[in-house]
Structures are given as C-alpha cells and as structure tokens.
Design a protein around this ligand. Structure first.
Ligand code: ADA
Length: 529
C-alpha cells in the first residue's frame, strides 16, 4: 500500500477490514549511528519494531510520534509496524462513530539518520505584544542530555534578524531552556489578511562547533478573550467557519497535499475564515497550509460523543489526555491555531466527566497560556462544565433534528447558562442540515434534498450570524464523510453523514451558494463597521 495511505478507502478488498495489519519496509544505512523514525499518524494503534526489536508503541492515529534507535550499524535493516484499527480493549478513543476510523499509515513517515542523537529536540515560542509596539518572544528550547553528567552548551536562537544566545548547563536527562528577546514593531505580524510567516532558527554548539539545529515557521500574532469578544491582534474577530473531517471519496483519511490545498481554496471561496478540526488533531501539513492561507483554526483533541460508560473505558482518560497534550506540544508554533478544544460532545453532565474536562484544560494551560480553551457541547441545559473553558461552544441543530427558531434556541441557552458563562465569548460550534447529493425538491421542503438543506442553512445562518452575543458560527460540515457501519442506520443514508456543503469528492451542493452569500454579506458588513 501507499504511505501515507489507508487500507480501507472506498474500493478494494479491505473495504471492511477492521483489525490488525503489518507494514514492512527495508532500508539501507551507509554509516553506523542513530536512526529516528517519525510517524505523522498511524491509524490507530502502532507498535514499531526495527530489525525485530520493539522500539515504540503509540495510541491514536491523529498525533505524531517517534521511534528512536540510538545505534544502528551500517547495512540492511527492516522496519515493521504492527497496526491495529480494531475497536475494543486497546483504544478508548476509537469507537464506532459518526465518521470513519481508517486503518494504516495515514500520515507521512520519515527516516532521519543524524550523526548523533539530537539534543535540540524542539523550540517553542510564546509571542506576546509589547505595550507601545513590537513583540516579546520567549523561545523555549527542549534539550536532551543522554550523558551521566551535566554538560555546557551554547544555545542560539535567531528570528527576524534578532539573535539571542545563552551558555546553558544541561542536566542529565535534559532540560527546558528559555531565551527572551524583543522584536521591533517594524517586523510584520500574522493575520488572516496578511499571513506573514518567519523562520525561526536555533542552534546548539560546543567547543567543537555547531552540532545540532532546529528550524520552524512561526507567525507573530495575539489571540485573547476580552469579555464577550475574541480579539485577534487587538481587534474583534468573528469566526465564520466549517467543521472539517479528514475524509475524501478517493483518499479516505489520507488526503494528499493537493487535496488539502483544494479544501482550503474552497473554504476561502465560501467566504469563511475559520476551520474546526473536528474531532481530532489534524495533519501537520494541513496546519501549515492554514498558516500560509491565514485560515484561523480551532484544533481539538480526539474524542467524539463518548457518554459516561465509554469514558469509563480503562484507556479513555489517559488517551484523551495524551491526545490533548501531544496536540499542544506538537502544534503550538502554528499561528493559525487560535483555540484549543477538547472532547466534543462527551459527558459534561456528570461529575466524573467534569473531572476529565478540568484535567485536560489544566494540562493545556500548563503548556500554553497564549490561546483560549474551549469545547463543543450538545448537553444543553444539563451541562455542568460551562464555567471551565475560556470560550463556550454549543452544537445546535434547529430545523434539522428538531423544529424551532435558531435565534430563540440560542437565546434559551444563553439564559440557561447565564451564571456559569458570565461574559465569556460564545461560539455556535455546529449547525447544519443534511442533503443527499442530487436529490432535488422544487418545494424546498424535503429533508435530505439539496434544496431543503439550502433552505434550512439559510434560515439557521439568518438567525445566528447576526446575533450580537456570539463571536462565531461553524457549519457542520465542510464535506460529506463516510461513517462507521454501526452508524449506517442512524439517519445516515448510504452510510454517509451528508451535512457537507460539498460531497466527498468536493462537488458543491446547492447550499454552497447560500452559505457563500450569507458569509460574504456578514464579512462585508463587519468590515464596514
Ligand atoms: C454532532 C457531532 C458531529 C456530528 C453531528 C451530526 O453534534 O459533534 O460529530 O455527529 O452532530 O451530524 O449530527
């Protein structure tokens, strides 16, 4: 099979295969030294062996991991990845769900053969604006030290023509070293209108010279809550967004970059400015494209719709927390990410669920205080966690799953949650309606028709987009997605969640024009104000 790729796309003999598989590949090294295998995402549990020796295990297909072999002799080698896409004991996050859990090496795999084991593992930046202009930058270098004794090294970080250096003593086991410096106001900031990116370069040197380096692309921008508003670089921002699954009629869950690029083009043509990575951390290459295009991202950890029983799965708590932590640690340098979300529609009614929400928000805040936190709830009146995030997100489906006026439903929730939310920003994190591509109804009333979807979405947006209390609406959803077999008969004709504005091959439905028009009108009026 292709890597990246999934073994169960829409056609082929493995269409229904849920379970175990083995990927095997030989490679040759020309000199003896360390080898690092980096897996962008293996769906969903990977156990990695090099030359028959176990080197790594990782749960969940939506975050990256590394397998390090400190000493590989020159010659022929074999990497073998045991992949498990099965539901059951091994994974608490992957269950039969309203999307498809694809199996295989769904994101890129890299083999690095450095001269020595890297000490400079990564550099993260915290960027904050300075009073009077310019930016304060804190660069946090994660250093490894596999020796038994402390070692002195010179750390240097360069960004936008400014260099910061320090002589640091790295304790055995490693340490985080922080360098702070300022950038002048003349350095271009990052915004959706002008998404300027800068290279950050870091090096590590000892008496023999530079022996390690790190390079990453960053952007200078600030996102924060200000009462009921979200401010981007000090200005209120309204999120007109799409929920997007990594799913495609041709590529399954392993989209090539050209397909990701196309999605971003379509999202921009729809006059949206934001994407929610429902319901898992996304491929880093998609986040890179969002950085470049100035698309704002609500990224969330993996978990969708687990009730209390499913949250009691012995692996759920640990794996959901790992997913949140790995997401922040791996993606925090992406300027496009402006919100960290957790556990879509899990049990936020029970005290046990509340503990898990609180634990995940604490873990995120311990790693990154420069972005607000959020989660999308469908528990409406019974939710007991609305006080926990910085931004509240509500999934509502007026006119689709039940009748009712969209603005009245939102007002009801605002009233109900008045005390716990106070003046926090509120986002409608999901709203939408389904349509079977090609099904038409000249009366625009029939459920599942393209006309009906356009009609309902129009009404939903007319009721919500202009509501003065909210700062964003995310439509469910950008593209149709395949669902698990277990969901086939729950309002999912053809095994598809068909609330997409485009189908699984990105062909637009009628509602495409409706949404593009509403979003454009909203954008133009906000810009005029
Ligand atoms: C939910 C959920 C989505 C999807 C959607 C729907 O609110 O968060 O994953 O299932 O509803 O289509 O009903």
């Amino acid at each position: 099979m292709e890597v990246p790729g999934c073994w169960d796309p829409d056609v082929g003999r493995l269409l229904e295969w849920r379970g175990q598989g083995v990927a095997r590949r030989s490679f040759v090294t020309e000199r003896t030294g360390p080898a690092i295998l980096r897996f962008g995402g293996v769906g969903h549990t990977a156990t990695v062996f090099v030359d028959g020796r176990h080197v790594a295990v990782h749960h969940d297909g939506h975050t990256a991991f590394e397998a390090v072999v400190p000493h590989l002799t020159a010659g022929d080698h074999e990497v073998l990845v045991h992949v498990d896409s099965g539901f059951g004991a091994v994974s608490g996050l992957n269950i039969p769900n309203d999307y498809f859990v694809y199996g295989g090496l769904i994101r890129p795999v890299e083999l690095h053969l450095p001269r020595r084991v890297p000490w400079l593992q990564r550099v993260d930046v915290n960027v904050t604006p300075r009073a009077g202009g310019g930016w304060s930058v804190e660069a946090i270098a994660r250093l490894a030290n596999p020796e038994d004794a402390a070692v002195s090294v010179d750390l240097a970080v360069r960004l936008c023509g400014v260099e910061a250096r320090a002589a640091v003593r790295v304790a055995p086991g490693g340490s985080d070293e922080r360098l702070s410096f300022h950038l002048p106001a003349s350095v271009a900031s990052w915004s959706p209108a002008a998404p300027v990116l800068h290279w950050l370069d870091a090096t590590l040197a000892d008496a023999s010279g530079v022996y390690d380096g790190w390079r990453d692309r960053i952007g200078l921008r600030e996102i924060r809550c200000d009462g009921e508003r979200l401010l981007l670089n000090g200005e209120p921002v309204f999120l007109r967004g799409f929920n997007r699954h990594e799913d495609h009629g041709e590529h399954g869950g392993a989209l090539p970059v050209r397909a990701m690029r196309r999605d971003i083009e379509l999202i921009r043509q729809l006059n949206a400015n934001a994407v929610r990575t429902s319901h898992y951390p996304n491929d880093e290459r998609f986040l890179d494209l969002c950085d470049e295009a100035g698309v704002l991202v609500w990224e969330e950890n993996h978990a969708r719709g687990q009730g209390l029983d499913q949250m009691r799965h012995p692996a759920f708590r640990r794996q959901a927390l790992d997913s949140a932590q790995e997401m922040v640690e791996q993606h925090r340098n992406h300027p496009s990410i402006i919100l960290w979300g957790v556990m879509n529609e899990c049990d936020s009614e029970a005290p046990e669920g509340r503990d898990m929400y609180a634990e995940q928000f604490a873990a995120i805040r311990a790693r990154d205080l420069t972005r607000p936190t959020t989660y999308a709830s469908c528990r409406q009146g019974n939710d007991i966690c609305q006080d926990l995030p910085d931004v509240c997100g509500w999934n509502i489906y007026p006119q689709w799953y039940h009748g009712g006026d969209p603005a009245a439903e939102l007002n009801g929730l605002l009233e109900r949650f008045r005390a716990p939310i106070g003046h926090k920003p509120v986002i409608v994190s999901e709203v939408g309606a389904g349509a079977i591509p090609g099904l038409r109804d000249p009366l625009r009333r029939s459920k599942w028709s393209e006309d009906g979807q356009a009609e309902i979405l129009g009404r939903q947006l007319d009721g919500l987009l202009w509501h003065p209390r909210i700062c964003g609406v995310f439509i469910w959803q950008f593209c149709d997605v395949r669902v698990d077999l277990g969901w086939y008969n729950i309002n999912r004709p053809g095994g598809i969640n068909d609330k997409g504005l485009v189908d699984r091959w990105r062909r637009p439905k009628l509602a495409y024009a409706t949404v593009a028009e509403r979003f454009a009108r909203h954008r133009d009026r906000i810009e005029r104000e």
